[in-house]
Design a protein around this ligand. Structure first.
Ligand code: UDP
Length: 237
């Protein structure tokens, strides 16, 4: 587990966005994993997830506050969380400013339709090369289409770890592109789901808001966060 923390991006959100813009401008192929405790727990039991979390070519950022706090317990300084949704938003902004191309893969069709409208209005200079909802059977085939289109930005919203595994499997076939697994971000960016109110975000309680809104998440939260804390405590000793 400690090796996952050693690999985590250690800069601030601002540093990260400067680097992201540089990479986008330079067409530097980049795979960003927005990790939370659940991702690290997957890494413990799933070889592919472990490999992609530790791979030198991936950039792993702490999306969840659980990782920031756990890092502190292990004496590793992670200044703040860098939420996947903020990365998606920044990429839309940078992409709009510099007229880049994008592909959106994941979420329900109606969510994508709403997102397309929103992007058209708020980021009119970004060129959506293609979109595909996340409920198609052959997800590898979608990646073949993305390969042909060669977009500058590829956002994959299928949930962890499906989105990361798919990206990782195909990455070698690409020469450029910023790839990010963004979980439930399309639901929020499209306006279909509400993000937590500012108070929750500011006090790092976004996780609590999500559980309160969707109580079915409790089991998942327990399995991945409470057990995670026990593991970290053990590791510390
Ligand atoms: N999703 C999808 N195809 C699937 C399962 C999920 O496109 O087969 C989408 C789902 O619609 C949602 C996202 O993946 O937009 C995952 O959301 P969730 O909030 O569960 O992800 P998290 O951010 O918690 O990883």
């Amino acid at each position: 587990m400690k090796n996952f923390f050693d690999k985590l991006y250690k800069g601030t959100k601002k540093d990260f966005f400067v680097e992201l813009q540089r990479r986008l401008d330079g067409g530097e192929k980049t795979f960003i994993v927005t990790a939370n405790p659940e991702a690290f727990m997957y890494g413990e039991k799933d070889n592919i997830v472990r490999k992609l979390l530790l791979d030198k070519s991936t950039t792993v950022v702490a999306d969840g506050i659980g990782l920031v706090k756990a890092a502190k317990m292990l004496d590793i300084d992670i200044p703040e969380r860098i939420p996947g949704i903020d990365i998606a938003q920044q990429l839309l902004q940078f992409g709009n400013d510099t007229k880049k191309t994008i592909f959106l893969f994941g979420a329900k069709q109606e969510v994508l339709d709403a997102l397309k409208q929103k992007i058209g209005k708020e980021y009119p200079d970004i060129n959506i090369l293609g979109m595909c909802n996340g409920y198609v059977e052959d997800k590898n085939k979608v990646f073949e289409t993305i390969e042909e289109l060669e977009p500058d930005i590829i956002l994959v919203a299928l949930g962890m770890p499906v989105q990361e595994k798919l990206i990782y499997e195909s990455l070698d076939k690409f020469n450029k592109g910023i790839f990010v697994g963004v979980g439930g971000s399309f639901d929020v960016l499209s306006g279909t789901k509400k993000r937590a109110p500012e108070f929750f975000i500011k006090h790092n309680l976004e996780w609590l808001y999500r559980i309160a809104k969707e109580p079915s998440r409790i089991r998942r939260f327990y399995d991945n966060n409470i057990k995670f804390l026990f593991k970290i405590n053990k590791e510390k000793k």
